[in-house]
Design a protein around this ligand. Structure first.
Ligand code: PGA
Length: 251
């Protein structure tokens, strides 16, 4: 058994008003009991962060954001800083989700700056990486992952990346109902861990939590979690309802 505590994270994307988010968070808080064998995090949209934090007050569930800007403040209309996220009680922040890369032109370079901002404010970054369907068909999966890791983490030292979480999310499996098979996911996770060992040493890589994301559901979580290098999940659609998300948490 690895010593890594599994992390089950919910990415609520651009769903739910703040009232709906607070209600779902309260329903989850009632179901998720303190359990040292796993951690849970939910990442609602920005205007729901504070109400969700309040709903989670007596709960072990952590709060995460879905994005941030790399500057600490300034004339950046529409953006939000790391300090603004910690101010409302965030512990985690998702960085470089494929939807941000695809629709909002995020690059490995902007991801790198965002990770620096998150770490500087004491937020735990969840760095998302993953290949497209075309990459996989062209057998470029590993080279894409290698590049996203090296460029995304360029310039950081071991102390900085100690708490980092990586989420492997094959783009072709997000919101499509197509899950990577547990063997495909395990193969990618093992590659990511080896790459991180090469960059930051075996010890860091051994402690690194690597989440799988892409159409995770109550029906497939147990098999995914049985793989030796899968340390949790980043869940989109199935995290929106307390019932399905708690079934995933209790896999
Ligand atoms: P999905 O999304 O579970 O709806 O596929 C996962 C994600 O985008 O993080």
């Amino acid at each position: 058994m690895s010593q890594r505590t599994p992390l089950i994270a919910g990415n609520w994307k651009m769903f739910k008003t703040s009232r709906e988010a607070r209600e779902t968070a309260a329903a989850l808080a009632a179901r998720v009991k303190p359990d040292s064998s796993r951690e849970v995090m939910i990442a609602p949209q920005f205007t729901a962060l504070l109400p969700v934090k309040e709903a989670l007050a007596d709960s072990p569930i952590f709060l995460g954001a879905q994005n941030l800007h790399w500057e600490s403040e300034g004339a950046y209309t529409g953006e939000i800083s790391a300090a603004m996220l910690t101010d409302v009680g965030c512990d985690y922040v998702i960085i470089g989700h494929s939807e941000r890369r695809q629709y909002f032109h995020e690059t490995d370079e902007s991801v790198n700056r965002k990770i620096a901002a998150a770490l500087g404010a004491g937020l735990i970054p969840v760095l998302c990486i993953g290949e497209s369907e075309a990459d996989r068909d062209a057998e470029k999966t590993f080279s894409v992952l290698d590049k996203q890791i090296r460029n995304g983490l360029q310039g950081f030292d071991l102390n900085q990346v100690e708490k980092l979480v990586i989420a492997y999310e094959p783009v072709w499996a997000i919101g499509t109902g197509k899950t990577a098979t547990s063997d495909q996911a395990q193969e990618a996770h093992a590659f990511i861990r080896r790459t991180m060992a090469g960059l930051f040493g075996e010890d860091m890589a051994e402690k690194l939590r690597i989440l799988y994301g892409g159409s995770v559901k109550p029906a497939n979580i147990a098999e995914l979690m049985s793989m030796s290098d899968i340390d949790g999940a980043l869940v989109g659609g199935a995290s929106l309802e307390a019932e399905s998300f708690s079934a995933i948490i209790d896999y």
